[in-house]
Design a binder for this molecule. Structure first.
Ligand SMILES: [Zn+2]
Ligand SMILES: [Zn+2]
Length: 188
């Protein structure tokens, strides 16, 4: 029984119950989460393209946003903030996809060589493409608003230093304004 090669390959980064996707800073390795937007698809494509060159590569090159680490402020193209687990997953998807393409090419040759009684190769059916990643757990990160960009970021509870907006890089000093008042209030 022949399996059809998948016509479309969906690659989704898992989200937690609040819709946040995990990121990891390539510089300080600290985790944080943001809500995925349209730019995520470009970051994923950019990463996939690194593993397996696409014919439409030129469509993926432009428009990868630069993100910053909320903790250390390190800035890089968005795909640098994929976690190691996400990168491993994307690599296995890219490799699986390449296997399917290669199989289809060989199988096509074999099919069209029907008149040839002794083909010199056999196309080995590839493994199924990897399934989706495991669900994203709701761990104890706190969601903070990035008022500069109207976004939210989930960061480590114990982080008490300045936070950098992952999107625009603006620095937000800790213990300012309402937050400080609330902390004082709690301590009384
Ligand atoms: Zn960092
Ligand atoms: Zn911002």
């Amino acid at each position: 029984m022949k399996r059809e090669a998948p016509e479309m390959c969906r690659v989704d980064l898992p989200r937690d119950s609040a819709g946040f996707t995990r990121r990891e800073c390539p510089e300080c390795q600290r985790p944080f989460k943001t809500r995925p937007g349209p730019m995520d698809a470009r970051a994923v494509l950019h990463k996939l393209q690194g593993f397996y060159p696409f014919e439409n590569a030129h469509e993926c090159v432009e428009g990868v946003p630069v993100w910053g680490c909320p903790y250390c402020g390190y800035r890089a193209e968005a795909d640098a903030f994929l976690t190691p687990a996400q990168q491993t997953h994307l690599e296995s998807v890219a490799r699986g996809w390449a296997d399917h393409v290669r199989y289809e090419q060989l199988a096509h040759v074999a099919r069209t060589l029907a008149v040839n009684p002794s083909p010199t190769f056999v196309a080995v059916e590839p493994e199924a493409l990897p399934g989706p990643m495991a669900a994203e757990p709701d761990e104890l990160l706190r969601a903070l608003p990035m008022l500069c960009c109207g976004e939210e970021v989930k960061v480590l509870w114990e982080w008490d230093q300045a936070l950098h907006c992952f999107s625009c890089g603006a620095r937000h000093d800790p213990m300012s304004g309402r937050q400080q008042v609330e902390l004082r209030f709690v301590s009384e």
